[in-house]
Design a protein around this ligand. Structure first.
Ligand code: GTR
Length: 390
């Protein structure tokens, strides 16, 4: 017994110590030094403050929310998809602005023979489009539609390049070209590519709200890696998403910047100068000067559900930093009387923590989004959304 307990105590002490050393910004203390003691104060004062700090310093400011010109074109409805198990809808979401127009090509599978409206998961796909093949000729664990439908959830997906190509193109292409002002020089807080993709997920939510088969009040947004950074930012900005899933999002996703483990702010700004706003580059090698850290991004989901997934072989995304961000977001959930993660010790491999409103797992293996990850996301959704049925 002693032999088990002693290492556990040492590990717990190390975990707490590692986090204390970081001098993380306190989600419950305003810039003016006021202590936030209620969910009401959080909502009225501190949440808007943190959201604005992320906008101004990290992801940038979208010049438009739901555009005046937004239409949904139902291109196809197939009621016998997946051998009759699902109804497939292909929807083109058209938007336009001063600089042109664009289309999100959304694919949705709605399980048949379940009560409507159905909750589900929307994937922001950042890998080759074949991973979200709606014909199902190509099947990929990145989007295991058959499994998602079998578990009673809507499976929806769109490709990030419908919003903006993943290139440092001077913000000429995609939604930046459509909505940015051409008269003024680009400001330091103008939106980057991650914010553009997140904007797209919100336009998909605009569609969900019109589809009576889909329960728009119980939809999750899921992203892997750069897509996970996107799902987190989307969930922060758009509170209509009831569940936000970050799979191995790492730097400027779920991982704490102040730990300086794995990918750094400088490395990400060098490698992907178009992902964030120009001002973010001021924090290269200056993590401690950033007025926020990523636990506060997770806290912006409160009191909604958020799930963070890591892989043990993905040091670049700093699994422990992703875990600690969840631990340090919990104080905000407690304001709502919710347990947050419900644990402060790093879980063993392949043992998800999913009883609180923040879920977390670290699985064995490498950087990837697998069917086993999806199963964990759905276990978490089941726990919280199907409580009454258990
Ligand atoms: C890496 C990048 C990460 C992560 C990853 C991905 O090259 O450094 O931040 O986003 O790409 O999206 O697969």
């Amino acid at each position: 017994m002693k032999l088990v307990l002693i290492p556990t105590i040492i590990f717990l002490a190390m975990t707490a110590h590692a986090a204390d050393d970081l001098s993380l910004p306190d989600p419950l203390k305003t810039l003016a030094g006021q202590k936030i003691v209620s969910s009401k104060e959080w909502r009225s004062t501190r949440r808007p403050e943190i959201l604005e700090l992320f906008r101004a310093n990290v992801y940038g400011r979208a010049p438009v929310g739901r555009p005046a010109e937004l239409t949904f074109e139902l291109k196809e409805t197939t009621e016998t998809a997946l051998s009759g198990k699902a109804t497939r809808k292909l929807v083109d979401i058209h938007f336009s602005g001063p600089g042109g127009k664009g289309t999100i090509r959304l694919a949705v599978f709605i399980p048949n023979n379940v009560p409507k409206p159905v909750p589900g998961l929307l994937l922001i796909c950042n890998r080759d489009r074949t991973n979200i093949d709606p014909s199902r000729k190509t099947k990929s664990p990145f989007w295991p539609v058959e499994r998602i439908v079998e578990r009673g959830y809507v499976a929806a997906a769109f490709h990030n390049s419908d919003l903006d190509p993943d290139m440092n193109d001077g913000f000429k292409d995609g939604v930046h070209g459509i909505y940015d002002s051409v008269d003024a020089p680009r400001s330091p807080d103008a939106w980057g590519t991650i914010a553009a993709w997140a904007w797209g997920a919100s336009r998909v939510m605009d569609y969900f709200e019109t589809d009576r088969d889909i329960d728009a009040t119980r939809m999750g947004v899921v992203g892997h890696s750069r897509g996970g950074k996107t799902s987190l930012w989307c969930g922060a900005v758009d509170e209509r998403f009831a569940l936000v899933v970050s799979n191995e999002s790492g730097c400027t996703g779920a991982a704490l910047a102040r730990r300086k483990k794995g990918e750094s702010i400088k490395a990400i700004n060098r490698g992907f100068p178009h992902w964030f706003c120009a001002k973010y580059k001021q924090y290269n090698d200056k993590e401690n000067e950033l007025p926020v850290d990523q636990h506060e991004l997770i806290a912006l989901m409160a009191p909604r559900l958020v799930y963070v997934a890591s892989a043990a072989g993905d040091g670049w995304a700093d699994p422990e930093g992703e875990f600690l961000a969840c631990v340090h977001a919990a104080s905000v959930y407690r304001l709502f009387g919710l347990p947050g993660l419900g644990s402060t010790s790093f879980p063993p491999l392949d043992h998800p923590l999913n009883s609180g409103h923040i879920g977390y797992h670290v699985r064995s293996g490498k950087h990837n989004l697998l069917e086993s990850d999806w199963n964990c996301f759905m276990d978490f959704a089941d726990k919280h959304w199907k409580k009454s049925q258990q």
